[in-house]
Design a protein around this ligand. Sequence first.
Ligand code: ADP
Ligand code: ASP
Ligand code: MG
Length: 405
Amino acid sequence: MAIVVQKYGGSSVANADKIRNVATRVSESFKKGNKVVVVVSAMGDTTDDLIELAGKINPNPEPREMDLLLSTGEIVSSTLLSMALHAMGFRAIALSGPQAGISTDSAFSRARITGIEPKRIVNELKKGNIVIVAGFQGLTSDNDIATLGRGGSDTTAVALAASLKAKICEIYTDVDGVYTADPRIVPEAQKLNEIGYEEMLEMATSGARVMHHRSVELGQVFKMPILVASSLADRPGTMIRGGKNMEQRNKVRGIAHDMDVAKITVTGVPDRPGIAAAIFMPLAKAGISVDTIVQNAGANNITDLTFTVTKNDLNRAMDIIRPVATEIGAKECLSDSRLGKVSIIGTGMQNTPGYAAKMFQTLFTQNINILLITTSEIRITCIIAEDKVKEAVRTLHKAFDLDKD
Ligand code: ADP
Ligand code: ASP
Ligand code: MG
């Protein structure tokens, strides 16, 4: 009997009716003869609500307590789904991340899965149970609960699928699949029938939150086929898998955007070896991930260094950088938190000139100022003002003919 892992996101389990709908869908897969493992997110906006509540009690909560608090959201939805299945006459058992054998490192709020011991799940499946696992969490070596970062239940699902050697990992959400751009911003966006891991990874890392980027990375490493589909409708979704897509070469596959960008510029930085390390080491130690980095070619041995972080990390990053800047003799630290980024993605861009020029020209025609540019082999990203991001996504979508089949 094949193992199938299904994951249902927060909006798919937002209330009792929706949980019953999920239970019905899960039971259908079980009735087809599959061994079913289900991963759930917290109900609706539970995680946001818990973060807000904690903030009212303590503006700087301890990361350990915060993770323990947030992990409860997924425990609520997993137990309720199990109860819904019981009410329908099915055998099911809910397990927290630790009970499911998921181990993580101790980087609270952004923990990585370090291993899975699937014995308990395998035993429960053997007993004929449908196994419901609380997403987004695992146990550290100190026996603390750590969470995997926002959107992390996708990663729980793909990691479990890999560890159980499932035939497929199905991600059910509130859209029909992966689109050429966020369908909430571009109504003409087209659903993709399939997309390779490489392109999906760039989309997810560039802000397409339909899949947690680390889940795509795991899918690629373990060659796990991932289906993204609607938890409500029975329409075909998007298959994420390996292999080249012959027809889509020479084409942009999708536009991704991210509103969560803040920029720090350190001006008047002495241009000598070791300076970049002096600035970025303390940020790395504090667990702040830096995205785009641009260093201007210096004149008179003085240069400016600009980099981006998430808005959430901006204040902490500035607190770390200010004393470092003084120490190295830099002039000043400036910041801007009202930024976003827009990216065009496609393996078809590899070794083909013209995409960057077309992207810049398109943004120029809309009078959108580009502040920073970064590229990978299959992606071009422009950092722009946050209030221009939606317009940029729509115009680029049209300019690269993504609204046509
Ligand atoms: P879940 O709660 O099921 O994990 P998410 O809210 O995390 O769902 O992800 C689904 C959302 O991702 C969609 O509602 C959509 O607005 C957004 N999204 C962003 N980019 C894309 C894209 N390229 N294709 C589909 N959805 C996208
Ligand atoms: N509940 C968590 C969040 O809102 C994890 C998830 O939904 O995947 O980020
Ligand atoms: Mg999600």
